[in-house]
Design a protein around this ligand. Structure first.
Ligand code: SAM
Length: 306
């Protein structure tokens, strides 16, 4: 069993390193799980969360004059699903760099973006978002899809983002929203009951998720106004079909589920699928999964007093 779950079961105190281990072990077992879960689930504008982020980045880059070369960093790039699309859709990007602390995810990313790596337009590096292996002011933009809320302590990541961004450079990120509603919230309740029935208390894991990222006030507290201007902060709903299969696809990549030992994971899958079936979904019926879109800019020296 995963060490994190073992510690929860034995009610031992958890530290940041335990959480990192949970993330790394989950991605080792199921690399590519995030893009498998979220790729292709569209919002009202028919783009999935990756496409929505790329579209937003494109608009932000059009607003600013960047010096060459234009380098983009995808923080916690996973299997490279986002960077692949950035490389396809944004020809003005000279170099796209993916950083992650999962070897297994990076191996998939290198495979997906092999042609761009060979032509010198993409690089993937093993590293930690809390201590990035890049010089100051190296990137015109930093992106991150479904990852910032996992990083602990977030203040270290915030410092590094502000350090590696050029003055005037942009951050565009999507994170999981903690305001869950509707069918998603109901399914979450079922999942909580499943954990409880199996004697697993998952509430300690909440201590490692940066809750301030979920509100604009929290962002203002984390990113001081003197250094960072928030350009956009809004909720976007992505649609999942109301079926057993898609319900499982949504919850399978969540870390406490991904870390379960195989026998419990099968039981968990059966429980969630049975719940979704019991709702007797109509063909085409959807439920919504909320994410927060954030865009912001590192201020230039002349803007600092504004
Ligand atoms: C939910 S996945 C998202 C992956 C990818 N961005 C996507 O959306 O397909 C979270 C990723 O964050 C990475 N990660 C989490 N904390 C990290 C840290 N401190 N430094 C580097 N990578 C980290 C994990 O290894 C994992 O690949």
């Amino acid at each position: 069993m995963n060490l994190f779950l073992k510690k929860i079961l034995s009610k031992s105190p958890l530290v940041s390193a335990d959480w990192d281990l949970l993330l790394k072990q989950s991605h080792r077992v199921e690399p590519g799980m995030t893009s498998a879960g979220f790729g292709g689930r569209n919002s009202v504008n028919h783009l999935d969360s990756y496409g929505t982020l790329v579209q937003n980045l494109k608009e932000r880059l059009a607003e600013v004059e960047f010096g060459r070369p234009l380098r983009i960093l995808d923080l916690a790039c996973g299997d490279g699903h986002l960077l692949y699309q950035i490389l396809q859709k944004l020809p003005s990007v000279d170099l796209a760099v993916g950083l992650d602390f999962s070897d297994e995810e990076l191996a998939l990313a290198s495979n997906t973006c092999r042609a761009a790596i060979q032509s010198g337009r993409a690089e993937f590096l093993f590293g930690d978002a809390r201590q990035m292996p890049f010089p100051d002011a190296h990137f015109g933009a930093v992106t991150s899809h479904m990852a910032l809320m996992l990083m602990h302590p977030f203040e270290l990541v915030r410092n590094e983002i502000l350090r590696v961004l050029q003055p005037g450079g942009v951050l565009v990120a999507l994170i999981a929203s903690q305001n869950s509603e509707g069918h998603y919230a109901e399914t979450l309740d079922v999942l909580h009951q499943f954990f409880k029935a199996n004697d697993i208390d998952w509430s300690p894991s909440k201590q490692f998720r940066e809750a301030r990222l979920n509100s604009v006030e929290g962002w203002r507290e984390l990113f001081p106004l003197s250094d960072f201007e928030i350009l956009e902060f809004r909720k976007i709903q992505f649609e999942f079909a109301f079926t057993a299969e898609e319900t499982w696809e949504l919850f399978r990549p969540t870390y406490m589920v991904a870390a379960l030992p195989p026998d419990l994971k099968i039981k968990c899958e059966q429980t969630l699928k049975a719940f979704a079936d019991s709702k007797k979904p109509q063909p085409g019926q959807k439920f919504e999964y909320p994410m927060m879109m954030i865009a912001g800019k590192r201020k230039k020296a002349a803007e600092k007093s504004i």
